[in-house]
Design a binder for this molecule. Structure first.
Ligand code: NDP
Ligand code: MG
Length: 395
């Protein structure tokens, strides 16, 4: 990596804010070239005041205009760029060495791909881009000559437990992703039809954005993570297992042929994987609390129940079929989760919508970015039709 500068895509989100906290723990070490967001100009303004990036990007033009006026009033030199293309423009600036990809959802795909193509070190939180277009993103990383360092706590743990930090490792029998099970791990099944968005977003261990919080409650998050692990570590889906571990202390494990199991442990705090990735191969301060194993014990492990969590089964099937099906899964899920958060459909409808869209659209081999984007559009349209029908049925 030639340049040192850091861009944080999705700076105003949960991962973005944790990244800024780690940057602040290590003064002078990670010069901020750009912070980006979609529309939250108030939050981005506060971040510009505190962290003084060279550029600030807002996708929404009106929000960008408001930010520009406030920065001028405050006499701050940060330059404001607006629009979706500006996300790509900033990752391509020559001063940039690292890009934290922390936009939520499919919107992260194009800027993450651009960062990979430009040879940046991509710190990947935006798992949706790997799920949609893993083949294209891994190819872009290879061709760009940069690297991909996982931020997702499970994948960062596995990265730390593999000999050279990356995939194709010799002698690996399987990867074991741990999962907290989310807020509904022990909720009686008959109550799941009634749960509200706020209950779904009340994760027992992690504080996260609302979309990934719902994904954790359905365990679609773990399903997306199976697909993410296959791409990152060059593993077939049948060698990526899931184990429920309600305390979220063991962040994932690698089982080797000789019977050794390596695990990474820590307090459930995203500042640890973020600091690991930012500092790698060195270790830097994160500001996360130290792990108190005695205070946390005992640690439990259980089998993941696919009857309780049908999204996990749907994701595993999509991983097995491959091709465009993970992109279909992701798009249908984003639409269904948004509809659930907006009060349009019930919690259990998320799996219904995703399953029905997967049954409707065929899995085709991935040939191009344009094809993936077209599949994403088609799956969303199909999902929205189903959501409208479900709303009609319940009205
Ligand atoms: P948040 O919802 O908290 O933040 C999302 C960020 O993306 C915000 O900065 C938001 O801007 C921006 N954004 C949203 N939509 C767009 C868009 N269309 N174009 C450009 N920017 C956009 O998400 P999280 O931080 O929780 O998650 C980010 C990613 O990291 C997700 O892919 C998630 O799966 C992954 N991840 C998150 C973890 C966590 O602990 N939160 C753990 C592991 C992975 P604005 O504020 O203006 O809306
Ligand atoms: Mg995770």
């Amino acid at each position: 990596m030639s340049a040192e500068g850091l861009v944080i895509l999705g700076a105003t989100g949960s991962v973005g804010e944790s990244t800024l906290a780690v940057v602040a723990e290590n003064p002078g070490r990670f010069p901020l070239v750009a912070l980006t967001a979609r529309s939250d100009d108030a939050r981005l303004f506060a971040q510009c005041v505190e962290h003084r990036p060279a550029f600030a990007v807002l996708v929404e033009e009106a929000a960008a205009a408001r930010l520009e006026a406030r920065l001028a009033d405050a006499g701050l030199p940060t330059r404001v760029l607006a629009g979706v293309d500006a996300l790509i423009e900033v990752v391509e600036l020559p001063a940039v060495g690292r890009v934290m990809a922390a936009i939520v959802g499919a919107a992260g795909l194009l800027p993450t791909l651009a960062a990979a193509r430009a040879g940046r070190q991509v710190l990947l939180a935006n798992k949706e881009s790997l799920v949609m277009a893993g083949h294209l993103l891994m190819e872009a990383v290879r061709e760009g000559g940069g690297e991909l360092v996982p931020i997702d706590s499970e994948h960062n743990a596995i990265f730390q437990c593999l000999p050279n930090g990356d995939g194709g490792a010799q002698g690996v029998r399987r990867l074991i992703l741990t999962a907290s099970g989310g807020p509904f791990l022990d909720t009686p099944l008959e109550q799941l039809s009634q749960v509200t968005p706020d209950q779904a977003c009340a994760h027992p261990n992690w504080v996260m954005g609302r979309k990934i919080s719902v994904d954790s409650a359905t365990m679609m998050n773990k399903g997306l993570e199976i697909i993410e692990a296959c791409w990152l570590f060059d593993m077939p889906p049948e060698r990526v297992d899931v184990m429920i571990h309600p305390q979220s202390i063991v962040h994932s494990m690698v089982e080797y042929e000789d019977g050794s199991v390596l695990a990474e442990l820590g307090a459930p705090d995203m500042r640890t994987p973020i600091a690991h990735a930012l500092g790698w191969p060195q270790r830097i301060r994160s500001g996360a609390p130290w792990l108190d194993l005695v205070g946390t014990a005992p640690l439990d492990f259980r089998v993941a129940d696919e009857a309780r969590f049908p999204c996990l089964r749907l994701a595993r099937e999509a991983a097995r079929r491959g091709g465009t099906h993970p992109a279909v899964l992701n798009a249908a899920n984003e639409e269904a989760v948004a509809a659930f958060l907006d009060g349009e459909v019930a919690f259990l409808d998320i799996a219904r919508v995703v399953g029905a869209v997967l049954d409707t659209l065929p899995a085709e081999p991935v040939t191009s970015l344009e094809q993936v984007l077209a599949v994403d559009t088609a799956a969303r349209a199909e999902a929205r039709e189903l959501i409208a029908a479900l709303q009609g049925a319940s009205a």
